[in-house]
Design a protein around this ligand. Structure first.
Ligand code: GRF
Length: 224
């Protein structure tokens, strides 16, 4: 691991394909990220195997073992503190978070969400896009704040919705793009290009007014 790598923890609940994309980017693209811990709230999350294969320490903190959300979040926070993670990456972590947890990591926690936020917060995004007859959809990465999927949006990737699309095809098309979006966005954090200050995102020292957009080469740039 390079000495100036950014220390990050990744929180998952399921497949972990985005975690895998980060692990691969460290290994093959020189991403200066040190994944110091992977946390799952589900013992059988398949994504844990990606972490174990890469010799990343894992913690399973099952929400079923705690009396309430605050207690579970406090247990997760304890592990995160011990790991000394600078950035917390929610990559398919299917939990609503307590306000204590979100305020503790204000400006240091990001989430990947499968819609063009602020549209379609919450679950079942693809079907809601189809039902509304939208002509495009995509994925977003945002800072996590107290409101569900409501924090400032850092970056997005867009795809057209075709008449032949269903929820499955949208998910299939967006999957690899989400991996690129997450990797490119995390790279900005590794390069210290993104800073969060009082509800504003600073991108290379300037306030970001619109989310950065992922192009087809996998690079992020400002919207025009
Ligand atoms: C992604 O589609 C992400 O947008 C959503 O959960 C999914 C996680 O997929 N938040 P994976 O577990 O990384 O494969």
């Amino acid at each position: 691991m390079k000495p100036d790598s950014l220390k990050a923890a990744v929180l998952i609940s399921g497949t972990g394909s985005n975690l895998k994309a980060l692990i691969d980017a460290v290994a093959t693209k020189g991403l200066k990220l040190d994944i110091v811990r992977v946390v799952s709230n589900r013992e059988n999350a398949p994504g844990l195997n990606h972490a174990r294969t890469a010799a990343i320490p894992v913690s399973v903190i099952s929400h079923a073992d705690y009396p309430d959300r605050q207690a579970h979040d406090a247990a997760v926070a304890k592990i995160l503190e011990e790991s000394a993670a600078e950035l917390i990456i929610l990559a398919g972590y299917m939990r609503i978070l307590s306000e204590e947890f979100t305020s503790r990591y204000n400006g240091r926690m990001i989430n990947l969400h499968p819609s063009l936020l602020p549209l379609y917060k919450g679950l079942d995004t693809y079907n809601r896009v189809l039902l509304a007859g939208d002509s495009e959809t995509g994925a977003s990465i945002h800072f996590v704040t107290a409101g569900l999927d409501s924090g400032p949006v850092i970056s997005q990737v867009k795809i057209p919705v075709l008449p032949s699309d269903d929820a499955g095809s949208l998910k299939t098309k967006l999957g690899p793009l989400e991996h690129s979006l997450l990797t490119a966005t995390v790279e900005l954090f590794c390069n210290r290009d993104i800073v969060y200050r009082q509800d504003a995102i600073l991108y290379r020292g300037e306030i970001l007014k619109l989310p950065l957009q992922l192009d087809r080469h996998g690079s992020l740039s400002k919207s025009i």
